[in-house]
Ligand binder design. Structure first.
Ligand SMILES: Nc1ncnc2c1ncn2[C@@H]1O[C@H](COP(=O)(O)OP(=O)(O)OP(=O)(O)O)[C@@H](O)[C@H]1O
Ligand SMILES: [Mg+2]
Length: 253
């Protein structure tokens, strides 16, 4: 199966500091891929390149098997790559419908088509089986963290995203809300979207991911099927102990 996104030998430095040292990674349709790694491993830097927010120094990006350049957020959006950032970038003073269509409002005879947008927003939430939101005309400032995360994810669905990248979507959430957001992430993948989720919470990762990629100091040190690995192994890669063990096991020349 062709990967939706394939990264090959991605490199990025800030001055003398090499932050990404030749990273390979794939995102597949219908699958949840996790990207894990310690603070400063380079996860956000890798994601910013995919979002078109910051360019890589070198390396190749393939979308649907075709080489692409992502030099602006517009390039990424045109391909159907949507990023849900941790701070979400929702507007507090606007309601759910307005937020879901922000910057991409549906026009009808050069007027904003309110009823149409409202129907579309409600249908999108319903298609994702979102039950915790009572009215799409509710202001975002009145929503809980989990509900906001839900709106942000639904927004990407409404924009017909083919790849959704989530940076720490459950970091600020309680137990029940976390569960609901993870269920939503799963449904998103089940609808055929390729999902890439960054998380420090390995319980969340194992609950939702099909595949786990581990970055360690800018290198992709492991790419594992979730069903064939376990928490200890992943922690070993995140902390680097697993890599040191492997180096020690290698026969001396
Ligand atoms: N604009 C920048 N200028 C200089 N250094 C940067 C810049 N952005 C990131 N870095 C450095 O690159 C490294 C990787 O940062 P990055 O934010 O990608 O890590 P991360 O894996 O997302 O970490 P966290 O889990 O803490 O979010 C860090 O050492 C960071 O200081
Ligand atoms: Mg980060």
């Amino acid at each position: 199966m062709t990967a939706l996104i394939e990264l090959r030998d991605i490199r990025k430095s800030f001055g003398p500091v090499e932050v990404l040292k030749g990273v390979d990674m794939e995102v597949h349709p219908g699958r949840v891929s996790a990207l894990v790694g310690d603070n400063g491993a380079g996860k956000s830097t890798l994601i910013k390149g995919l979002a078109g927010a910051q360019s890589y120094d070198s390396g190749e990006v393939f979308f649907d098997g075709q080489p692409v350049t992502l030099s602006s957020p517009h390039d990424a959006a045109a391909l159907g790559i949507e990023v849900v950032y941790q701070d979400l970038a929702l507007c507090e003073n606007l309601d759910i419908v307005q937020n879901m269509f922000l910057g991409r409002e549906e026009m009808h005879q050069r007027m904003l088509n309110g009823p149409e947008m409202e129907r579309h927003a409600a249908a999108t939430l319903a298609s994702l089986s979102v039950r915790t939101i009572k009215s799409v005309r509710q202001k975002v400032s009145l929503l809980s963290g989990g509900q906001r995360q839900t709106v942000a994810i639904a927004r990407s669905v409404l924009q017909k995203a083919r790849v959704v990248i989530l940076d720490e979507p459950t970091a600020a959430l309680g137990v029940v809300q976390t569960e609901q957001v993870l269920e939503l992430v799963r449904r998103l993948a089940d609808s055929g979207v390729g999902v890439l989720i960054i998380s420090h919470n390995l319980a969340d990762v194992f609950a939702v991911a099909d595949h786990i990629n581990v970055l360690y100091l800018g290198q992709m040190v492991a790419s594992l099927e979730a069903a064939k690995t376990n928490r200890d192994e992943v922690v070993g890669y995140i902390t680097g102990t697993k890599i040191r063990d492997q180096l020690l096991e290698e026969p001396a020349l």
